[in-house]
Design a protein around this ligand. Structure first.
Ligand code: SAH
Ligand code: SF4
Length: 359
């Protein structure tokens, strides 16, 4: 059986070329993009200005399916979590996070993850497979469509973070293609600064970031000493802090941009003065931002979250040393929707509150 290419994996230029190769009008690509990415019309019947011949050709040759939202849950704080299923039955989770003047979607790049960080719920699954670029964009489109139908027609995402399941740089080509579609003016049309790619520190891929659209980069650092980082993230055995930072120094940074360092704060492990001094030694305050993520406990997690006083102290010490330092407000705790807690099983259905919708 011929594997059909997903409609949502074509860049505008590729769609134009594809139509030309198949003896259709090149300009129809712009119309198709307008229906899909601006109007969110996925039913070909609705594409009123696109020729019948193209529609027939698409029905036969192109995969037009979107991933299906099979479950969603709303947290007390407005965060909404989705369980999203692809055509082979594999699922990932997504989170929509409302902010003051933004709505952020957390996208997954893989089913599971191979990196195996010990604090991460996803890491315990192992890697099932990479997602195709059409599946990554499909998450964005399906959830937008769901929100438009169920919450309000004016809902639109303003920001994207690759902080769901998976190590995005482990799926470099597909995440790059999806990112181009997020940025495409005639596609989703987000600005470069509204997209953040978070990586655990895959050095050989960080070295290739010159060949990736210039979006915000977040590095999951989590420790400033090799022994602790190795304990938390097995990847540190291969790519230790020295190798990591020599790769980071080569990331082409646009003027005034900073790299974000994510730092999960764990009680009694990496929340000491020497950890702060270690950070100050590794980082440069002009080019770095630190985002403290108080550890999100989940059932059976081995670690604890530090006290609010400890978190404030850690932040203040870094602020005093000149670092822009934020503490991530943990959203969606009641439904395990916070980043790092995603795992595509509904193991504990009683944890999920409100509005359970199964398709
Ligand atoms: N794999 C990539 C991107 C996805 S993880 C990465 O690791 O960077 C997104 C963020 O959530 C990472 O910073 C990750 O370290 C963090 N995270 C994972 N488990 C967590 C937990 N239990 N509590 C808080 N943050 C967690
Ligand atoms: Fe993978 Fe990121 Fe989880 Fe580590 S924190 S196991 S890299 S998803």
């Amino acid at each position: 059986m011929k594997v059909k290419k997903s409609l949502f994996s074509f860049s505008l230029e590729e769609m134009r070329d594809y139509l030309t190769e198949n003896q259709f009008s090149r300009f129809s690509a712009d119309q198709i993009f307008n229906w899909v990415y601006k109007k969110f019309v996925f039913d070909l019947e609705g594409w009123s200005n696109v020729s019948k011949k193209i529609k027939e050709h698409f029905l036969e040759n192109i995969d037009l399916s979107l991933p299906k939202i099979v479950w969603n849950g709303l947290s007390e704080d407005g965060t909404r979590k989705f369980l999203t299923r692809f055509s082979d039955g594999q699922t990932v989770e997504n989170v929509a996070i409302p902010g003051k003047d933004r709505l952020t979607i957390c996208l997954s790049s893989q089913v599971g993850c191979a990196i195996g960080c010990v604090f991460c719920h996803t890491g315990t699954m192992g890697l099932k497979r990479n997602l195709g670029s059409g599946e990554i964009i499909g998450q964005f489109l399906s959830i937008t469509k769901w929100l438009k139908e169920n919450v309000g027609d004016d809902v639109r995402f303003t920001n994207v973070v690759y902080m769901g399941q998976g190590e995005p740089l482990h799926n470099f080509a597909n995440v790059k293609q999806a990112t181009k579609l997020l940025l495409e003016d005639k596609g989703i049309g987000l600005g470069q600064r509204r997209i953040t790619l978070s990586t655990s520190g895959l050095v050989h891929q960080i070295e290739k970031l010159g060949d990736f659209p210039p979006v915000n980069i977040a590095i999951s650092l989590h420790a400033s000493h090799d022994n602790i980082r190795t304990e938390l993230m097995p990847i540190n055995k291969i790519y230790d802090l020295k190798r990591l930072f020599s790769a980071i120094k080569k990331i082409p940074l646009k003027a005034y941009r900073r790299i974000t360092y994510e730092y999960i704060l764990i009680d009694g492990l990496n929340d000491r003065l020497e950890d702060i001094e270690g950070l100050d030694h590794l980082l440069n305050s002009r080019e770095s931002k630190i985002n403290i993520i108080p550890f999100n406990e989940y059932p059976e997690s081995a670690f604890k979250r530090p006290s609010p006083e400890k978190i404030r102290w850690f932040q203040k010490e870094l602020l005093d040393r000149g670092y822009i330092t934020t503490v991530r407000v943990t959203m969606g705790q009641d439904i395990l929707a916070a980043c790092g807690q995603l795992k595509s099983e509904l193991e504990k259905p009683n944890l999920w509150k409100k509005e359970q919708i199964m398709a």
